[in-house]
Design a protein around this ligand. Structure first.
Ligand SMILES: NC(=O)c1ccc[n+]([C@@H]2O[C@H](COP(=O)([O-])OP(=O)(O)OC[C@H]3O[C@@H](n4cnc5c(N)ncnc54)[C@H](OP(=O)(O)O)[C@@H]3O)[C@@H](O)[C@H]2O)c1
Length: 293
């Protein structure tokens, strides 16, 4: 039988800031559920919480952090700039900080490379993410409200354009992207590695109603090792050197999702191959993003 251990691994990002490998995801958690889940997570050895202004639950997350006895510097908090806020970055960040009841966040991400005037708009000003990034850079350099800045849902082409742009001199520490055995994205992964940009794997379990929990390879590996299928997926992500942010609002799952084990080479490779056999399958395609460019 394999040994499951509470995962305490941390990675050093390209600006020297450390991030715990596993964090709690909170998308689709109501403010009350996010409060309860964050509280449970912090009571059960988590030190990393992922939220976003678009999730509408920063207040719940902030309340749980404020009530916890853990020193602020021992909790890594990520939040994200929403598509309609690219023209008012600092105001949006201030609003998030207020809701989170924090003086700073550890990581501020551009949620999508998409800039819209309103929720109903077509993505009108796709290219503006460079200007958005410069605003994040300025706030980062001021050294008060964010410890690190990064992006999310950026393709290689968009990142390269960003890095090649005049006036861009801070490399994102992270690109938060969908990643699991049905969407391994090998080319993007190796590009990001070459730029010293970490991956945070979102929807690592395949999100709600995940096809991965019905996947034969995942089930077989879980049964063989006497672990939960979710633990197979989270262990695989960490073994791939990704940061990983499984979401749950259930105590037992929150606890077990932090316990990982070392997959044998054979099992690790079998998981890598699912993508070629059955995938790729994106579970999160909001329709407003262009993944091909
Ligand atoms: N940057 C972005 O654009 C972006 C996009 C999507 C997600 N994210 C982030 O990534 C996080 C994770 O992604 P996600 O929420 O899409 O999906 P996920 O973490 O892959 O899966 C969550 C689903 O799996 C269930 N689950 C959790 N633990 C389980 C376990 N041990 N066994 C069986 N089922 C389990 C959850 O149900 P219960 O809650 O009922 O346990 C929920 O239905 C998000 O919450 C968010 O923080 C970011």
């Amino acid at each position: 039988m394999v040994e499951l251990k509470v995962n305490t691994k941390k990675y050093k990002l390209n600006n020297g800031v450390e991030i715990p490998a596993i964090g709690l995801g909170t998308w689709r958690s109501s403010p009350e559920d996010a409060y309860k889940a964050t509280k449970l997570a912090l009571e059960n050895s988590y030190h990393h919480i992922d939220t976003a202004s678009a999730y509408g639950n920063e207040e719940g997350v902030g309340k749980a952090i404020a009530e916890s006895k853990i020193p602020r510097e021992d909790i890594f908090v990520t939040t994200k700039l929403w598509n309609t806020d690219h023209d008012k970055v600092e105001e949006a960040l201030d609003e998030s900080l207020k809701k989170l009841k924090l003086d700073y966040v550890d990581l501020y991400l551009v949620h999508w490379p998409v800039n819209t005037d309103s929720e109903d708009d077509e993505p009108t000003k796709h290219e503006d993410y460079v200007e958005t990034w410069k605003k994040l850079q300025k706030i980062y350099k001021e050294g008060k409200k964010v410890k690190a800045i990064g992006v999310s849902n950026f393709t290689e082409k968009k990142l390269q354009k960003l890095l090649d742009s005049e006036g861009v001199d801070v490399v994102p520490v992270i690109n938060q992207i969908e990643a699991h055995p049905l969407l391994t994205q090998p080319q993007l992964v190796s590009y990001l590695k070459s730029k010293d940009i970490y991956i945070t794997a979102y929807s690592p379990l395949g999100s709600d109603d995940s096809p991965l929990f019905k996947n034969e390879t995942v089930i077989k590996i879980a049964e063989k090792n006497k672990v939960e299928p979710a633990q197979v997926l989270i262990s695989w992500a960490v073994q791939r050197n990704s940061i990983v942010i499984p979401k749950s609002v259930h105590e037992e799952r929150i606890k077990s999702n932090l316990e990982t084990f070392t997959l044998s080479n054979e099992d690790f490779e079998a998981l890598n191959e699912i993508n070629e056999k059955d995938g790729p399958k994106r579970t999160n395609d909001p329709g407003f993003n262009n993944y091909n460019d």
